[in-house]
Design a protein around this ligand. Sequence first.
Ligand SMILES: Cc1cc2nc3c(=O)[nH]c(=O)nc-3n(C[C@H](O)[C@H](O)[C@H](O)COP(=O)(O)O)c2cc1C
Length: 194
Amino acid sequence: MKVVLINGSRNEKGCTFTALCEISQTLNAHGIDTELFFTGLDPVNGNIDQIVDTVGEAMKEADGLIVGSPVYYASPSGEVLAFLDRLFMKYGRHMKHKPAAAVVSARRAGTTASFDVLNKYFTINEMPVVSSRYWNMVHGYTPDDVRQDEEGLLIMRVLADNMAWLLKCIEAGKAAGIDVPAQRERVVTNFIKR
Ligand SMILES: Cc1cc2nc3c(=O)[nH]c(=O)nc-3n(C[C@H](O)[C@H](O)[C@H](O)COP(=O)(O)O)c2cc1C
């Protein structure tokens, strides 16, 4: 079993990365493989198709997804939003029914607003959202700050515990003959009378 982790920060080894590492180590301790992708500035410097395809192809094989973002002006980073818009449009069907979670990192505020935005990608795409003991956030301006955020790191570990548990439940369910629900025919309406 494998979980893909996305670092949607401009900082390759910053606060978001530090939070994702805590999750990754805990998943590994549960016997689950992880693959971390750093999207960086690619989504906004002309390389969006390349990074979306790289992660999208990885998600075809992966069993779960964790998206990490710093908080910029009380929202997820513009880079991660551009990336997720394209990833879900192009590869959404390959991610359906795969457990997912968002984590955010902020110096101080805007965490829950950012967390809400990220979770909406999962819930429009039939992805079970994995939760923790609090909303999934760490606080810091530097990785060292995050390492001192003991509660934040515990939230990351509990999130990973719950992700590992759910992945194993899904695998046990499949072995017992419980597959994902059959897809219902799509109905698309708007609110404009013609
Ligand atoms: C453009 C920009 C906007 C930011 N806006 C916020 C904000 O609204 N609230 C906050 O608490 N921190 C804000 N920060 C700080 C980052 O969210 C915080 O340092 C985060 O942990 C950085 O994660 P990273 O090291 O993974 O990039 C902002 C940082 C930048 C560069």
